[in-house]
Design a protein around this ligand. Sequence first.
Ligand code: SAM
Length: 278
Amino acid sequence: MPSMGDEEFSRWVDLLERRTGVVVPPGRKTFLVTGVRTRMRETGYDSFERYFNEVLNGARGAIEWSTLVDRLTVHETRFFRHQPSLQMIASEWLPDFLKEHPDNLAMHAWSVGCSTGEEAYSLAMVLDSSLRQLGASRAYFGVTATDISNAALAIGRGGLYPRERLVEIPDDMQKTYCELVGTDSFAINEALKKRVGFALFNIMDVARAPLKKLDLIYCQNVLIYFARDRRKQLLTALADLLKPGGMLVLGAGEVIGFTHPSLTRIGNRQTLAFRRSG
Ligand SMILES: C[S@@+](CC[C@H](N)C(=O)[O-])C[C@H]1O[C@@H](n2cnc3c(N)ncnc32)[C@H](O)[C@@H]1O
């Protein structure tokens, strides 16, 4: 396999940024080159240039791109990855929200950049158990989980995970929402799975998002890969999709100096969350 020169690297970086928003800094060149090379090997290409042209080649290129993009993005995730955010949803936001919307029996959350589904299922577990504890078990909720990677979404839809990952889920939630499968796996139970719908969606298309009037938008460890200006643009668009009283939850420290006329910061120093006022 050939090595990738700086000019070639810039072409790939530009293409990825333009199409996904993800910025690959020079320090992560190896990651990008490994992803491209692996896919070249799988498809029988031995020239970066020819493979680049193939990716740009109409409908066929679009199919190849959808596989390649999975190799060029980071999918690291965990169940209950950021406890303080989930805790805040359960103990602060949800009780207030129910008081203010006594008739709002349907609640819609969005996990943006959900990777293999752990974040979306964690949210569903927290919403379901909190609604029961708050005596609002009649309230219906759904979580839409979107990502740019088809391969990641397929794992999420399957809802089947290695058994050793069960420890990431609090004991009481394991008992209620997970079922052991064979000796090596566990599954998210059907009742909870039904609450989570997975869909392919590029956050760069947020202005055309089919989702509107959301109660909760949860977007962590996605925008950190984006350029600062792009982050703010996308956050403004996400904020515009919230209902009054809805909340936008980001990863702590992921955005600095973001403001929006209808958003008020809530939560504590361990969280980065905003509530929409009007
Ligand atoms: C590091 S994972 C974070 C997963 C989860 N949100 C969490 O915090 O554990 C980042 C995810 O963002 C997705 N992603 C990257 N660019 C995207 C884009 N333009 N649109 C949608 N998803 C994107 C990647 O495919 C990846 O699954």
